[in-house]
Design a protein around this ligand. Structure first.
Ligand SMILES: [Zn+2]
Length: 440
């Protein structure tokens, strides 16, 4: 990780910090645990070997230059560009047209972050996109700028707030960390104020010649534009959470079955209207979000293989799930579904999905994938389900299991297994898990 990384980084450091009550320093110099935010960012870049850094300055930029100089003191090489008038995030970047010719990383100077930059660079290398952007779920998607992403991580739409009443969406929020190719410059007009999320990305999408790829991660990336947020960020920093959430470190997860645990059990659920959340589900998931556990849904959906429902309809059902829990400030970090089913020979079935797969529970394929994507420690993780299939899955994967009394309540009798714990419902199960882990 200490190796020299050839990628250049650009930090948009022109922010004012009015809402933070800053008068004599610009926003990127705000102190987080006695160190300027910008220094936290530069140290993160250096940790990943990114030492060629350009700071785009605006308001009180001289203060930044005075503090960092040419960067030697911090083991990096810093150059500066100062804008005379605020040109928005994209307008500022345009000033690098002709200066940077290779792909480059862009950070916003008002965001506290710690993430595995190498993993994002690897994603970008595979993407052949004009831009790779980081997205993540947050606890207020209803008033956030959202990004619509297809199952292959292609951005299909940017949905700026305010959102239409009744719109269903996935909780993917633009985290404002980008990797761009130099072909991005042709989309930005010089000396004209413009913003990536509102102007440039939609323009690229509309033209349709280039792909924009979304990289989703639960690592800590949060802006600290208000005193409340700054306080939260400081607390997270001091608790060690910001560093601990870097993908290089193991995380723990609560895996949650869908039907009968999150929503009312309906045999072969295919109509979106039949997808109804059980009581206190959003509250339960919010508790998971507020803990150190990831909230990951693991569901068998043989309705696809059986031809009862198209994949896009299943995706709509999951938008409904994310929208409804999002209204109550809860989110899931990832949902995995198995579309397969092994029994062949039915009318209307989708033949290529009628297979013996490794993902259909009680196989552990979906959990294995989650382990790979999120670096999960299974031995400290849990599976909450309503069927013996879920419990068998948990046992097969080596996680602790909690059987809930909603849905099948373990009466499917498919496997002769005993859960580690029982609980009335998802909310009780989460309470139980959090209590066990509190006592450790
Ligand atoms: Zn499968």
């Amino acid at each position: 990780m200490q190796n020299q990384n050839s990628m250049k980084a650009v930090i948009l450091a022109g922010g004012k910090g009015t809402r933070l009550g800053l008068t004599d320093i610009p926003k990127p110099m705000v102190s987080v645990s006695n160190k300027p935010l910008l220094l936290h960012q530069i140290e993160l870049l250096k940790r990943y070997g990114i030492t060629d850094i350009t700071l785009l300055l605006g308001h009180l930029g001289a203060k930044i230059e005075e503090y960092f100089g040419d960067g030697t003191k911090y083991g990096v090489k810093i150059s500066y560009l100062t804008e005379d008038k605020p040109l928005g995030t994209a307008g500022a970047i345009k000033e690098l047209d002709g200066i940077i010719e290779e792909r480059f990383l862009v950070l916003y100077g008002d965001v506290m972050m710690d993430f595995d930059i190498n993993s994002f660079i690897e994603f970008d290398k595979r993407s052949s996109a004009i831009a790779s952007i980081i997205v993540h779920p947050n606890d207020h998607p209803y008033d956030s700028d959202l990004v619509e992403v297809d199952p292959d991580n292609n951005v299909t739409r940017f949905l700026s707030k305010p959102h239409e009443e009744g719109m269903m969406y996935n909780n993917n929020v633009n985290a404002a960390v980008y990797i761009f190719g130099s072909d991005i410059f042709q989309y930005i007009e010089r000396y004209k104020s413009s913003d990536f999320g509102k102007d440039i990305f939609p323009l690229i999408m509309k033209e349709g010649l280039h792909k924009i790829k979304a990289y989703s991660t639960p690592e800590y990336i949060k802006d600290l534009g208000t005193p409340d947020r700054l306080e939260n960020v400081e607390a997270a920093y001091l608790s060690g959470k910001i560093a601990a959430y870097n993908k290089a470190n193991k995380r723990t997860a609560i895996f949650i079955d869908r039907d009968g645990v999150i929503n009312k059990e309906v045999d072969n659920l295919k109509n979106i209207a039949d997808f109804v959340l059980l009581p206190n589900v959003a509250e339960a998931i919010k508790k998971v979000n507020d803990s150190d556990f990831l909230a990951i849904v693991i569901t068998n959906q043989p309705v696809i293989a059986k031809g009862f429902i198209l994949e896009k309809d299943l995706l709509d059902i999951h938008k409904k799930l994310e929208t409804e829990i999002g209204r109550q400030n809860a989110f899931i970090d990832k949902l995995y579904y198995c579309p397969h089913h092994p029994d062949k020979g039915y009318v209307g079935e989708v033949k290529e999905l009628k297979i013996e797969c490794s993902c259909r529970k009680p196989n552990t394929g979906m959990l294995d994938l989650a382990v790979k994507e999120f670096n999960i420690d299974l031995s400290r993780s849990y599976f909450i389900g309503d069927s013996t299939t879920d419990i068998q899955t948990g046992i097969n994967a080596g996680v602790k299991t909690v059987l809930v009394k909603t849905g099948y309540a373990g009466k499917d009798n498919k496997y002769n297994v005993k859960p580690d714990y029982s609980a009335n419902n998802l909310d009780d199960a989460v309470d139980l898990i959090l209590k066990i882990n509190d006592n450790k």
